[in-house]
Design a protein around this ligand. Structure first.
Ligand SMILES: NC(=O)c1ccc[n+]([C@@H]2O[C@H](COP(=O)([O-])OP(=O)(O)OC[C@H]3O[C@@H](n4cnc5c(N)ncnc54)[C@H](OP(=O)(O)O)[C@@H]3O)[C@@H](O)[C@H]2O)c1
Length: 283
């Protein structure tokens, strides 16, 4: 397929593009400066020039704490710009892949959030991402709306790099132990999305690595796998205040992604192992 990828310098896009190429897709991934998705004319012109068969939107405003102060900007990029992409997809009737987040949920549920659960974001980033979801559902017939969570990868700022950085500087760290989610490696997510677009089975999907963890569990495992001697102290969200509130539970139920893809995602521990082994080769 001829695929247009937006947000090409982002953490996910940088793993998705090679993954698509490996599967023999033709990929056009302009730099952000060349394809600002908040500009409808730019988006329409790009579509006219490139004539893709599908758009994968990796562009986003992802600063969860920053969004508390910049909610309009977050809504412009995560909401209105998604409307632009939807309008652009309508004319040639091509599908859009759009990524959303576990943070569209309030975290009050005891079990995993399914695609049937009501959204109720508790922070500005979550509200902006929900607006993007709504445009996709309101405006398009052909879409893959992929909710994912707690991304880590080889490129871009993420929790794994933050912990490894701290591990090189200090011997003790306090990490929140009352927020639960599913850490997800961008390479595994990229593989799943590449598989999904080849099915033609449009819809809403939760795609994460398997198994729940708290940030504390995740940190302990990062230091263990990296062979770093670090004392990790579990703390509560109350002891580690951040500008944005975060859901206490945002574990996502993989139905129906596993059924549609015919496989389940590897555990987050295995994903971390693979990611760290590549990081060691290419520090
Ligand atoms: N990271 C996570 O933990 C996480 C969790 C759940 C869901 N997600 C979702 O997964 C997707 C990918 O996330 P990611 O971590 O790969 O994000 P990322 O690394 O922040 O990449 C987003 C990219 O979009 C670019 N961008 C921002 N505004 C743009 C615009 N107007 N036009 C074109 N490009 C623009 C950014 O450029 P600048 O850096 O120059 O602004 C950045 O390169 C997003 O939809 C995100 O909401 C992420």
């Amino acid at each position: 397929m001829r695929v247009l990828v937006t947000g090409s310098a982002g953490m996910l896009a940088r793993d998705l593009v090679p993954c698509l190429l490996q599967r023999d897709h033709e990929v056009i991934a302009p730099p952000e400066s060349g394809l600002d998705i908040t500009n409808l004319v730019t988006v329409m012109t790009a579509l006219d020039d490139i004539r893709p068969e599908i758009i994968i939107n990796c562009a986003a405003y992802t600063d969860v704490d920053g969004a508390e102060k910049e909610e309009r900007k977050a809504c412009l990029i995560n909401g209105l710009a998604v409307q632009n992409l939807c309008l652009a997809c309508q004319v040639p009737d091509i599908p859009l892949v759009h990524f959303s987040t576990d943070y569209v949920f309030d975290g009050e549920k005891q079990g995993a959030y399914s695609i049937f659960d009501h959204t109720n974001p508790i922070n500005a980033y979550g509200r902006s991402k929900l607006l993007g979801e709504k445009y996709v559902i309101w405006l398009l017939r052909k879409f893959y709306l992929v909710r994912t969570s707690w991304l880590f990868g080889l490129h871009g700022r993420n929790f794994v790099d933050t912990m490894l950085g701290l591990g090189r500087k200090q011997k003790q760290v306090s990490v929140v132990n009352d927020q639960r989610g599913c850490p997800t490696w961008t390479q595994h997510l990229a593989g799943a999305v590449a598989g999904l677009i080849e099915t033609g089975r449009y819809g809403v999907y939760n795609v994460t690595n398997s198994g729940p963890a708290t940030w504390y569990d995740f940190a302990v495992e990062i230091f263990r796998q990296a062979g770093m001697d670090m004392e990790v102290r579990p703390v509560t969200t109350g002891e580690y205040p951040t500008p944005a509130r975060r859901p206490a539970n945002s574990v996502l139920d993989p139905f129906p992604a596993n059924e549609v893809l015919g496989t389940s995602m590897p555990s987050w521990e295995l994903a971390l192992e693979e990611c760290l082994s590549i990081k060691k080769e290419k520090p």
